[in-house]
Design a protein around this ligand. Sequence first.
Ligand SMILES: Cc1cc2nc3c(=O)[nH]c(=O)nc-3n(C[C@H](O)[C@H](O)[C@H](O)COP(=O)(O)OP(=O)(O)OC[C@H]3O[C@@H](n4cnc5c(N)ncnc54)[C@H](O)[C@@H]3O)c2cc1C
Length: 383
Amino acid sequence: MSPQTFDYIIAGGGLAGLSLAHRINRSLLRDRRLLIIDREEKVANDHTWCFWSDADVGFEDIVFHRWKKLGFFTFDGEQLSLDIGSEGFEYRMVRASDFYSYVIPKLRDCPSVEFLTADILDIRDGEVETSKGNFEARKMVFDSVSVPGYDESRDHNLLQHFLGWNVETEEDAFDPSEAVLFDFRVQQIGECRFIYVLPVSPREALVEFTIFSGSLLEEEEYESNLKDHLENTLGLGEYRIIGRESGVIPMSDAVHDQRPSEKIVRIGTAGGWVKPSTGYSFKRSQQRTEAIVRALESDSPVPVFGSRWKNFLDSVLLDVLEKGTPPAAEVFERLFRRNPSDRVLRFLDEDASVSEDLRLMSTVELGPFTRSALLELARRIRK
Ligand SMILES: Cc1cc2nc3c(=O)[nH]c(=O)nc-3n(C[C@H](O)[C@H](O)[C@H](O)COP(=O)(O)OP(=O)(O)OC[C@H]3O[C@@H](n4cnc5c(N)ncnc54)[C@H](O)[C@@H]3O)c2cc1C
């Protein structure tokens, strides 16, 4: 039997796949036959996506909470409060469950869109093999499932791994106007370890113990660090754990093959959309799916994303984080202390100009960063 044919197939209906489908469905391409394949029915609140922005990047209707201040605690316990609102920025939270229940019904209502719950077994040029048969794409397969192994020793391959608890307290304990991006009041043990706090009301917050390092911890270690922080550092009295989130995000400068063949475009983590030095990809997924749809509408080639300069800066930052000298807590403290916060946010988003990047880089500890930059240059020449 010949495979069923669609115009586009989206392999993996998670953040990138559904963001792309949503935009296709609202574009001139909405009549094209589209198949979305995922092994799961997406309903669970499996991610809490946050991002900073000074503009509308989409999904404004489902932003669950917004903060105009970002908090930072140094390793020595000094508190910095960054007023990003005065620079036009907000830190926003979108819950995956809201995202799925906003996007999926709209797609299901569209006669040209089909969903298939199946395991994707192989993706060949214009063809997807699944546990429920083979499907062909006349125009393109968008592949968000072929995530590389990140095991090349010549690359920097850190992991961002974390456990978070949604906690509810008996008394007011949190400031819902400020998200704490980095609380470094945690034993560092030669790694980058911090607590991330997203308060959504005075009595409820998502509190995450996060590490940038080469290997994962035992479950109990994440739990004991969280418990210690909640009880001893934050001094919460009675609290209940009402939800949990954990994850592992690649922080790698491996080169992703964004166009492995004529009819395959890799998107999302598989396409290298996760920013190596931060682990963020929500906002990029919106910007990049928008750019893809614009290209498809005008029959132009799908853009290849990323720039050598920004990749180079990521590699240098990853190298410094990997070496741990100076400690990550000092690197981030110095960045936020010596620069206006909008410059740091634009730098981390790759929205800054080269001269802005250089101004920011002039505020870091020059010795270790210069060493890492030279090593990185040599690595690139060898490659
Ligand atoms: C818990 C967590 C929290 C995060 N928080 C943030 C954040 O706050 N801000 C931010 O910018 N980034 C965040 N990230 C990073 C990143 O934004 C997410 O990982 C994001 O979901 C990546 O999008 P994606 O489409 O590449 O992958 P996913 O959203 O994971 O989508 C991939 C989809 O493919 C499906 N799939 C995979 N393999 C197969 C297969 N063989 N067959 C069928 N289906 C398959 C999966 O079921 C999944 O639905 C977070 C990551 C995690 C894990």
